[in-house]
Design a protein around this ligand. Structure first.
Ligand SMILES: Cc1cc2nc3c(=O)[nH]c(=O)nc-3n(C[C@H](O)[C@H](O)[C@H](O)COP(=O)(O)OP(=O)(O)OC[C@H]3O[C@@H](n4cnc5c(N)ncnc54)[C@H](O)[C@@H]3O)c2cc1C
Length: 430
């Protein structure tokens, strides 16, 4: 790792998360070493980092590897070797005091009779009506699943997660993320549990040791030209100059993985680009991590669509790997998109809710607990997103700036795409 930064570079990579690391790794592999990756934290990995605390390993909420692309899988296997497990998802939706297997829309058998009828009737009606181009996410849900499933799950859950009404969102993101059983599968699911694997995460991969951060570490140790604790403060494309920790660095090409909004904020750009950036909206996610002094029957995560419950998902960190927690303990993460002003009061309310819902018991000893905040968590697919990102990315590309990653492209994305986009950008640069 370089101790003092070089003053000029061919490729300056902003951000040492998985995307930035993947760009640098693929440049290295091709023998192009004239790059510098800068990262503001004193560790690599961004949201793919893991942190050890009192013998427990916590990721930034659940961080599981969804690897469908053959190259991505081969790369991860190469990087992690034997330190990789393939795991079958055990996920549920908390509904009417019970656990309904995920996805809700393909497990109607587990619902109370009245709700089940509403969901089935709605799905049958939707299947009969022609709906070719839904104008928003609300219409997309109604067309795909019908009124009942929309009312009982899609609306309340998504409103909670996105802090936005589905009517105000587009459906540009749903394709890979929302399992879409056809009408015969929905009908069949009234009688029996769906056996067809559904959703992009029905199986996932996870490092046996070191948490998800083991992947970022494996990449980082193959990437020598880096600068940690380096915050980019200003970009001037006319001068091809970046100000980093007060120092000027000259570059020829720039790779951005920072949130697009943040990049525009620190860049000298025309007012129309600044204006477009103001239209980009996002959620902030707060994660309460904690551990208890007993082992529970393992499951991976549970969704909570109820609007009176302050969190949208609870996961069991220790269920992904036995190395994530000491023996005879269980570690959890609780995710909320709600605004929190008093973290102590929120934590108290969350524990009460978890006891009431049977996730933990009153007599359990809390071994540790701490909050993590993800200030920019989900880019919201509001109606302005597509045109605003197009305008910003077009201007940046004219200035030899390549954007990638969930935040650099302002999209709903996951780690596999970070790895693949990193390779794509490196190929363009070469
Ligand atoms: C709650 C949540 C759960 C998720 N779960 C999953 C999952 O289970 N599976 C999955 O595949 N994906 C998941 N994701 C998505 C995944 O985290 C991202 O797709 C991926 O980690 C993005 O990597 P990145 O490098 O593009 O961005 P980041 O990880 O955000 O990296 C960007 C880096 O830039 C640095 N940076 C920011 N500003 C500056 C600055 N001014 N100067 C220098 N450096 C700066 C940051 O410190 C950071 O390290 C989840 C995301 C969230 C929010």
């Amino acid at each position: 790792m370089k101790k003092s930064p070089i003053l000029q570079t061919d490729v300056l990579i902003l951000g040492g998360g998985l995307t930035g690391l993947s760009v640098a790794f693929h440049l290295e592999q091709a023998g192009h070493t004239d790059y510098l990756l800068i990262e503001k934290n004193n560790f690599f990995g961004g949201l793919c980092a893991s942190h050890e605390k009192d013998g427990f390993i916590f990721d930034y909420s659940g961080h599981l590897l969804h690897l469908r692309d053959p190259y991505a899988l081969t790369l991860v296997r190469r990087l992690l070797g034997k330190n990789l497990a393939k795991i079958k998802r055990e996920a549920f939706i908390y509904f009417d005091g019970k656990r309904v297997p995920f996805p809700f829309q393909a497990n109607l058998w587990a619902l109370p009779a009245k709700v089940q009828k509403e969901c089935l009737d709605g799905a049958l009606k939707a299947a009969q009506s022609a709906c070719t181009k839904p104008k928003d996410f609300q219409q997309w849900c109604r067309c795909a699943f019908g009124e009942g499933i929309y009312k009982h799950f899609m609306l309340p859950y998504n409103q909670k997660l996105w802090q936005t009404h589905p009517r105000q969102m587009t459906c540009d993101w749903c394709g890979p993320f929302v399992p879409k059983p056809d009408i015969s599968q929905i009908r069949q699911s009234v009688r029996q549990q769906t056996r067809t694997p559904m959703g992009y995460n029905h199986h996932f991969y996870y490092p046996k040791q070191g948490g998800c951060g083991a992947l970022a570490q494996a990449l980082a140790c193959r990437v020598p030209n880096t600068w940690l604790q380096a915050t980019v403060q200003k970009i001037d494309f006319k001068k091809k100059e970046a100000t980093i920790n007060g120092k000027k660095i000259l570059f020829k090409r720039l790779v951005n993985t920072l949130p697009l909004k943040e990049l525009v904020r620190i860049t000298v750009t025309p007012p129309s680009v600044q204006q477009a950036a103001r239209l980009l909206k996002h959620t902030t996610v707060h994660v309460l991590n904690f551990a208890i002094n007993r082992r529970i029957e393992p499951w991976h995560w549970i969704y909570f669509p109820q609007d009176q419950v302050p969190f949208y998902r609870v996961g069991v960190q220790s269920s992904f790997s036995t190395h994530n927690a000491p023996p005879d303990t269980t570690s959890f993460y609780v995710e909320t998109s709600e605004k929190i002003t008093d973290f102590q009061a929120s934590q108290k309310a969350i524990f009460q809710d978890l006891i009431q819902k049977g996730i933990i018991k009153k007599q359990d000893k809390i071994l540790l607990s701490f909050w993590q905040s993800i200030p920019v968590a989900y880019a919201i697919y509001n109606k302005d997103r597509a045109s605003a990102t197009h305008k910003i990315l077009h201007w940046l590309s004219k200035n030899q700036c390549f954007c990638a990653g969930r935040y650099g492209l302002w999209e709903y994305s996951f780690m596999e795409r970070s790895l693949l986009q990193g390779r794509e950008i490196a190929e363009k640069l070469l």
